[in-house]
Design a binder for this molecule. Structure first.
Ligand SMILES: Cc1cc2nc3c(=O)[nH]c(=O)nc-3n(C[C@H](O)[C@H](O)[C@H](O)COP(=O)(O)OP(=O)(O)OC[C@H]3O[C@@H](n4cnc5c(N)ncnc54)[C@H](O)[C@@H]3O)c2cc1C
Length: 383
């Protein structure tokens, strides 16, 4: 049964809501998480787990990611759970002259702000990853990148939060929020009402629906990503690999139209390869398409020829919570006291989950955050 009252209600049982719940509980703040379906049934259960710094443009996004990445090294011990975090570094594979030109500029920008990243020629790249094709031009390499299992990470946050006293209710859709004098008073679900003065909207691609309940316009759209899963293979790849085209698709959709979407390749701890993923605006449609699967498989074999001998055992799609400027929306909002947004992490929510949980918990607790949230506020879209 839902409790009558709590300090904070977190909406959404994905990696972001779970991290916030854990970090609130660590501060001894009484918190309840409400999830409309099962835990990890949204994007956090249909994604990859790469933690890449080098894929981010210098600026607030990279600064947030740098803070976030630092948190991962201690998380396994803190959560007492093997979240399959590997500080393995990451590479961006370059496949032609044009990409080399773009990536030289990209790397120079990253180096200017002190990021540990270098350009490798084909021999150096293949020395690090011998399975890479002889036909590639080279790659970037950053030792700062890593990877984690998003399902285990979310599960570990929830498990630790519960141990600290947090309560979690699945199959409980938030359908209403009561306000009094522009201040949050309670949260309603089909199964009851909880009195609270603080609600955190961590509903991912569904965050706009929660915003509407308090008449806020939250500009998040679902951006579909399709992924293929291979059968398990013996260890072939040591670290996550992106294609340079993927960077283009992320930052410059016009470039992606001429260059193609690009892919990410990762071999998980269990040996399966995760090959992905598209960046499509098709509403809430989570179907996979033959065209995308063929395109991803073709590109993957081009980069790692050995993959042509393996079988695809599964394909699925998740919905990245996209914002128009690529930054998540974090923090309090003007005009509705006690309503906090923590959503819109697009393709980086797994990587940014520990830092998001930490800053939101600190905001709730002290109203001050360790890093400024000014650039992440919802109000940036008003001007
Ligand atoms: C193909 C793909 C690959 C990706 N790869 C990476 C990667 O390598 N690295 C990385 O960092 N990120 C990656 N991402 C992005 C990452 O998956 C997302 O940013 C992250 O999962 C978002 O988490 P979330 O908790 O905000 O959303 P979700 O996991 O979607 O959680 C939101 C939850 O809110 C619930 N909810 C919605 N409405 C209500 C309501 N009214 N009441 C109660 N509950 C509600 C939903 O059911 C859902 O479970 C990838 C995404 C995709 C699709």
């Amino acid at each position: 049964m839902l409790p009558r009252k709590t300090d904070v209600v977190v909406v959404g049982g994905g990696v972001i809501g779970s991290s916030i719940l854990y970090h609130l509980s660590k501060r001894k703040i009484q918190a309840v998480l409400l999830e409309k379906g099962e835990l990890i049934s949204g994007t956090s259960g249909a994604c990859d787990g790469l933690i890449f710094l080098q894929s981010k443009k210098p600026g607030p996004h990279l600064r947030l990611a740098q803070e976030g990445t630092k948190r991962f090294s201690n998380l396994k011990d803190e959560l007492h759970f093997d979240i399959e975090y590997r500080n393995s570094g990451g590479m961006i594979v370059i496949e032609n002259d044009h990409e080399l030109e773009v990536m030289e500029r990209f790397v120079a920008e990253q180096q200017k702000i002190g990021l540990d990243i270098s350009l490798l020629d084909i021999d150096q790249a293949r020395e690090k990853e011998p399975s890479l094709s002889e036909k590639i031009f080279g790659s970037t390499f950053s030792p700062l990148d890593g990877k984690v299992n998003p399902l285990l990470l979310t599960h570990a946050f929830i498990r630790s939060a519960k141990k600290l006293g947090a309560r979690v209710f699945t199959d409980n859709e938030v359908t209403g929020i009561a306000l009094k004098s522009h201040q949050v008073r309670s949260v309603k679900t089909g199964k009851g009402e909880i009195e609270t003065t603080t609600i955190v909207n961590a509903a991912g691609a569904y965050a706009p629906e929660i915003g509407k309940l308090v008449h806020l316009d939250i500009p998040i759209k679902p951006r579909r990503g399709q992924l293929l899963v291979t059968e398990p293979m013996p260890p072939v790849l040591n670290r996550g690999v992106l294609s340079a085209k993927y960077i283009a698709a992320k930052f410059d959709p016009a470039l992606a139209e001429t260059e193609g979407e690009g892919i990410s390749i990762d071999q998980t701890s269990s040996g399966n390869f995760l090959l992905g993923s598209t960046r499509e605006f098709v509403g809430f449609d989570t179907r996979t398409t033959h065209q995308a699967m063929t395109n991803i498989a073709t590109q993957a074999i081009h980069i790692i020829p050995q993959l042509k001998d393996t079988h695809i055992i599964r394909a699925f799609a998740g919905l990245r919570p996209y914002t128009p400027d690529g930054l998540p929306i974090l923090g309090n909002v003007d005009g509705v006291e006690g309503f906090i947004v923590a959503a819109g992490h697009e393709g980086d929510g797994v990587a940014l989950s520990p830092i998001t949980g930490e800053v939101i918990a600190e905001l709730v607790d002290t109203n001050i955050t360790p890093i400024s949230l000014n650039e992440f506020r919802l109000e940036r879209f008003n001007s």
